[in-house]
Structures are given as structure tokens and as C-alpha cells.
Design a protein around this ligand. Sequence first.
Ligand SMILES: [Zn+2]
Length: 226
Amino acid sequence: MSFQLTCGHCGVRSISRVVAHSKITYSGTDFRIDSLAKCDNCHRSSFVSFHVNTGYIYEFSDFEKQDVIIRVEDLRHAELFPVKESNIPDFLPNVLKDVVEDAEFNYHSNRWKTATQLYLQALEFACILIESDFDEISAQQASAQKTDITKRINSIFEGGSISASLKEWAHQIRVIGQYHKHRYVEADEDDCKDVRDFLDSFLRYSFTIPGQISARRERIRSAKTA
Ligand SMILES: [Zn+2]
């Protein structure tokens, strides 16, 4: 038996095969399984515990010998350990968050080139959103205009939206320069990590911190009027 789950180690949703289990029986038709399941992607194990009783959609007698794949969400009273903590910065507009999530998925699958392309795309979207005063509709219109990413970074620096040190950091990243020149990016693991680290700081500085500040201001305001 295997589970389909998002692995808490590598963050990839793939198949995890049951490699060991023990069963606690409450009655002939009512029991709990504690199992260790090994991820097909990173080969590390997760603990999956779940409750089984009659009327369940799967036949669990001799389940370990069966060739079934069960979505972990379909298990009854399931516990999964470890669970992947999302490290995607808060307060990102949806379109940007989607690209970052796709990039992270590829990063955790060691697909460096694809992940790098997606991080660069996220960086470009982020710059366009900042240039458009965080308005998603005008950002969408602005994205039709092809502008080099380093020019966009320079322009938001000149507009006072990012610090000089963040701008200098961007210019030091090899793949950003490459994307600027011809958009064809050859990226290895180091390049991918460089642009991932930069993007994380950039997004926290430009979206998460301002979002937290305005949320706090809103809380203070509503506490005063209450
Ligand atoms: Zn894994």
C-alpha cells in the first residue's frame, strides 16, 4: 500500500510506500494503523497514523500487501508527521503566490533550471506589481510591455521602493543578468539558490512587511473604534 501525500521533508506531493506498520485493534472491525511510508522523491520516511473501521471504502485486511494508493486526505482521523511548513512569504497577491509555489515545487524536486526560470518570472511579476502600485489589473496591462528585468529593478529603486543594497544584490546574481540579456537561462543548483534567497528577501521587504504593517494599523484602528 502507498499513500499520496505532500512529503514533509522535500515538499513534493508524490507517492510514499508503506515500509513498516503496526496495528492497534479496538475490535475485529475497528483498529488504528501506525505506519512509516517512504517518499518516492526523497526516500525519507513519514509517520502516517489513521483509524479504520468497517464501511470504509478500502479493504484493509492484508492492506500492506495490496497495490493500492490512498490519498492521505481520504484517511480517517489521520495524523501525518512531519508536515511541510509553507515558507512562502505572506501577503503576496495570488498571481505572484502561484508562481512562487510552482518554483518551490520544482526547487524541492531538484529541477534547478525550471525553478530558476520560475523564480525569475516571480521577480519580474513582483517588480511589475510594485511599479503598478500593487494594483493587479494595471500590473496585468503593464506586463504586456517587455522591459528588461534589471531595468525594472533599477526603476523601482529610483522610485524609492527598494533599498540600494537590495538593488546591488540583484545585480550580483548571475542568472538575473542572463535573463536581462537573452532570457535563456542556464542554471545550476547554486544559481537557483542565489535567486531563491534573493527573491525571498525581496518579497518579504516589498510585500510581507508592508502587509504586516497595514494589518497592524488596521487592528489598532478597529480597537480604538470598538
Ligand atoms: Zn520527500
